[in-house]
Design a protein around this ligand. Structure first.
Ligand code: GLV
Length: 405
């Protein structure tokens, strides 16, 4: 009798969740969980394109481990009953310090691709940067979601095309352009090299087998429109309708002679804020300030370009000290938790930027996955702020993070 009573008191069954996506997300407590689900659901080549980095992937690993090396020096008894993580970036109010990074070929994770990301970002008012190599167009993206849209610019050899893309972003009311400056040539992502990975994913024997063991992705892929570079559809530069290796495409089309002199030219095309993405030294952050740039994204392209590049979080404090508020700082790379965002802001960044975190989520569960990861990061920021004793982002100061050499 006693046993039955005890059993009755502890037996609890979770209500059955009938919706498969919601069921999948219920078990995803972290970005790493979403990564694992994406790995299971996506064909290997697709997952490796998203997950992989350049060469020995030391930049990739270093971006996250540099966050892990830093511990907090939390303050207590600080009245954190109300925590407000909102901030202002480029004159715009953000609910918490995050920008959703541009990612190329977003539709390979899910057919809704960039539209799903823009809708999820818009629901909470976070900025989202559409990639030049986006698989939905500037205009299609502008038509969805309320959050601020930024346009990421790769500078093509054909400057007329760049001017045209920027003019389209302006006409569609984008709030900022983000010019990527770490891609003079394409990084060697050896997972893609080994697989002979091309975009859009080609259907060969390997892909057929892979497709058969990832039926949900394959079914979506074959039923949706072909994946193309939607911003340059039908253009001479190639829109991805013929399979290309991204390395060959980028090396043929993007301008390795880009220099600081081009900043003035970009200014003539765009009268709003300019963000330089891919700044990796204090010296270049200072140059950005001297060129009147509004924000720098400290970034090594998620470890996808130069291997053995500095981890962005390690640059935040020295850059903040050197630029002294002249340029806003975005820390991009290795962001997997709200606590990472809190560390970056405490050290002097205005916000963080994350790409893989939502790319995994999109592969794991489509748009609901992106909502989920935004929620995980938001609640992680709030919880960490409370635990380190900061009620507002203004109270996030460098003393809250242990110095690290
Ligand atoms: C595209 O920008 C990529 O890094 O793959």
């Amino acid at each position: 009798m006693k046993t039955i009573d005890t059993l009755r008191s502890v037996l609890r069954f979770r209500p059955i969740e009938w919706d498969a996506t919601a069921r999948r997300l219920r078990g995803a407590a972290s970005v790493e969980d979403l990564r694992r689900i994406a790995k299971r659901r996506l064909p290997r080549g697709v997952f490796d394109y998203i997950d992989g980095g350049a060469e020995d992937e030391r930049s990739l690993a270093g971006n996250s481990s540099a966050f892990a090396r830093r511990t907090f020096q939390p303050r207590v008894l600080r009245q954190v009953g109300v925590v407000d993580p909102s901030t202002t970036l480029l004159g715009q109010r953000l609910p918490f310090p995050l920008v959703l990074a541009p990612t190329g070929f977003t539709r390979i994770a899910h057919p809704d691709g960039e539209l799903a990301v823009a809708r999820a970002a818009g629901r909470v008012g976070l900025p989202y940067a559409l990639s030049t190599l986006g698989t939905h167009s500037i205009e299609a993206l502008a038509a969805v979601g309320a959050g601020p849209k930024w346009f990421q610019v790769y500078v093509w050899r054909d400057r007329g095309l760049v001017a045209e893309l920027i003019a389209r972003a302006k006409a569609a009311d984008y709030a900022a352009i983000m010019v990527t400056v770490d891609t003079a040539v394409f990084g060697r992502r050896e997972r893609d090299v080994r697989r002979g990975y091309e975009l859009p994913p080609k259907i060969g024997l390997g892909t057929l087998v892979d497709g058969a063991v990832h039926p949900a992705w394959t079914w979506q892929f074959v039923r949706s429109d072909p994946i193309m570079f939607a911003n340059v559809t039908g253009r001479e530069v190639g829109d991805g309708s013929a399979a290309v290796s991204l390395a060959a495409y980028v090396n043929a089309q993007f301008d390795p002679d880009l220099s600081w002199d081009d900043v003035a030219w970009l200014r003539e095309q765009w009268d709003g804020p300019i963000v330089l993405k891919g700044i990796q030294t204090v010296a270049d952050a200072v140059l950005a300030a001297e060129h009147g740039i509004e924000a720098v994204a400290l970034s090594n392209h998620g470890g996808r370009q130069l291997d053995d590049a500095p981890a962005p979080i390690d640059l935040v404090a020295p850059v903040a000290q050197a630029v002294g508020g002249r340029v806003e700082i975005i820390c991009d790379g290795g962001v997997r938790r709200g606590s990472d965002i809190v560390k970056a802001v405490a050290l002097g960044a205005t916000a963080c930027m994350a790409g893989r975190a939502y790319f995994y989520a999109l592969g794991a569960a489509g748009e609901a996955g992106v909502d989920h990861v935004i929620e995980l990061l938001d609640s992680g920021v709030r919880r960490t702020m409370a635990l380190v004793g900061a009620g507002t982002v203004g109270e996030l100061t460098p003393e809250l993070v242990t110095p690290c050499d």
